[in-house]
Ligand binder design. Structure first.
Ligand code: PEP
Ligand code: MN
Length: 265
């Protein structure tokens, strides 16, 4: 059960030896999509040096257009695993179909993307696994709907759910989505589950990532998810919002400076 009433203590999720929640703050960084061995290993080394605790990379991509790059699929997971072996960073990747679960064996934190937040069969099946799950908020879902989706996973016996706010659809078009930072205090009141903020997908443009990453940290998020690419203009997915490794280093420095002063709940 995700309800705070039954859990006084914040949940600490152990992701391949890296702790998230209950005072443990982590940055998950990496490319939107795994594109090649060189790309993912290079980005992994860079983000690790800057202080990221986990590596992200999409292998199965939920693209709006069926003609857009769909990901390297199983090969993408293998390349992430290589990057994990080289750097020691636990890996995070999105699952779209439960039939792919065996391929996700090396993945330390399985992501359910915004588009699948209410894929109840997928959630139920993930509830029967022992992998920590990163549950992104749906494009147009309320906080209560999101928590019910977390409970679909938890009802199967898998209590290790981390929530990720990635922006919601509003009338505003200057940002890709609208980052709902107010989820932080609301969720801290309603649930013991950790909350990660993803300013990359919420804002959609790299220049907006730093201020919102700083704000999310100050507001008491348990971590951040930030997209980093070796060559953003040529990224196969989400280049506009991706930071260069140098820009990520600058954001990470700012975030780690703020973290000791962050709001506590
Ligand atoms: C992603 O993390 O690359 C992704 C597709 O995110 P979202 O589900 O938040 O759009
Ligand atoms: Mn992306």
């Amino acid at each position: 059960n995700a309800n705070r009433k039954f859990h006084e203590e914040d949940l600490v999720v152990d992701v391949g030896g890296v702790k998230i929640g209950g005072g443990n703050f982590q940055i998950i960084a990496g490319p939107c999509s795994v594109e090649s061995r060189e790309q993912v290993c290079y980005v992994a080394e860079c983000v690790k040096k800057s202080g990221a605790g986990l590596l992200r990379g999409g292998a199965f991509k939920p693209r709006t257009s069926p003609y857009a790059f769909q990901g390297l699929k199983g090969e993408g997971i293998e390349l992430l695993q290589e990057a994990k072996e080289k750097t020691g960073l636990p890996i995070v990747s999105e699952i779209m179909n439960i039939s792919h679960l065996p391929m996700f064996e090396p993945v330390d934190l399985i992501q359910v993307g915004a588009r699948n937040m209410q894929n109840f069969d997928l959630l139920r099946e993930l509830g029967r696994t022992n992998k920590p799950i990163l549950l992104k908020r749906g494009l147009a879902n309320t906080i209560d709907e999101w928590l019910m989706s977390a409970e679909y996973i938890m009802a199967g016996g898998n209590e290790n759910v981390i929530l990720c706010e990635r922006g919601i659809r509003t009338f505003e078009t200057r940002t890709r989505n609208t980052l709902d930072l107010s989820t932080i205090p609301v969720l801290k009141k309603l649930t013991h589950l950790p909350i990660i903020i993803d300013p990359s997908h919420a804002l959609g443009y790299s220049y907006m990532v730093k201020p919102m990453a700083m704000a999310a940290t100050a507001a008491g998020a348990d971590g951040l998810m930030i997209e980093v690419h070796n060559d953003p203009p040529h990224a196969l997915c989400d280049g506009a919002q991706s930071l260069t490794p140098e820009a990520f280093d600058d954001v990470a420095k700012a975030v780690f400076q703020i973290r000791p002063f962050a709001c506590k709940f």
